[in-house]
Design a protein around this ligand. Sequence first.
Ligand SMILES: Nc1nc2c(c(=O)[nH]1)N[C@H]1C(S)=C(S)[C@@H](COP(=O)(O)O)O[C@H]1N2
Ligand SMILES: [Mo]
Length: 327
Amino acid sequence: MLIKKAADIRPSEITSKENYLNRRQFMQAAAMAGGTMVAGEALPAIIPDERRAKLEGVVPSRFSTDETTNSYEDITTYNNYYEFGVRKEDPYRNSQRFEPRPWSIEVSGNAEVTGSFALEDFVKPHTLEERIYRLRCVEAWSMVIPWVGISLADVIKKFKPLASAKYVVFETLLDPDRMPGQRSRSLRWPYVEGLTIAEATNPLPILAVGVYGEVLPNQNGAPLRLIVPWKYGFKSIKGIVRMHFTDQQPRTSWDLAAPHEYGFYANVNPKVAHPRWSQARERRIGAEQGSGLQSLFAAKKQATVLFNGYGEHVAHLYTGLDLKKNY
Ligand SMILES: Nc1nc2c(c(=O)[nH]1)N[C@H]1C(S)=C(S)[C@@H](COP(=O)(O)O)O[C@H]1N2
Ligand SMILES: [Mo]
């Protein structure tokens, strides 16, 4: 389908507000019905600078789960972000003064288009989608989070990776003055993560810029972080400043820290135990809230699902791969 870019549209074609609203409703309906997304060219993704600013032009996604979402408080106060400390409450406490602007992303390696891009230019060509995804941490807890983001596959297309680009590697900002956790050697800095090109161009991963319809809070990885819903949470790297195309499988931060515990693939897998604990069950954060008997039962763990429940979309990526060896 040919889609007009904003610059190609003559003033005579600019429609009334009423038509515009109808068009938006149509696009939202199309998105919910799993139709082709046509919003991208019409609604450039603008990421406001102010904290908790509302994101405009967000369309729903057919990939969203309908499970109950965690509260904004759960999502923003119980975090893993070692750049701001190793305890769950540290990222919330220690990231408040962090300024995620100005921000740029460097694209490098085996691609036709490379260079340094201001955050605004990097996200602008894309559609903002709400994707309600389960996040399953390797520490055996989980949450359901209404992310707002742009399709990683669409982003990658823009940079035209070469045939030799077998992997995409992501890096977090390295700045111990602004990220106090980097003054400790809890991990090797900068934080590094990666995906195969097939994983990265699957429709599921997004680069998130928001949560609950608002700009991403610092503790969740502002201004730009990856979300890979079928993998353990540590793959979803925060505070991204670099995207690199390469033919080499990268050593990732957790793999470097504990190679026997964390592998490159990190697919959620109830049958492959972490060396120090089982992955068969998980605790939904916040589920213990409530009262009396109900909360007693709710606090029980639930079964973990292979690929975090996203198998229909991603299982084909791993045919022939021994998931016990390639954890
Ligand atoms: N740069 C960076 N990204 C990171 C981490 C980190 O320590 N540093 N922790 C990861 C882990 S272990 C998890 S579970 C998720 C948590 O994301 P959330 O705090 O937004 O829920 O972020 C991941 N991304
Ligand atoms: Mo995690």
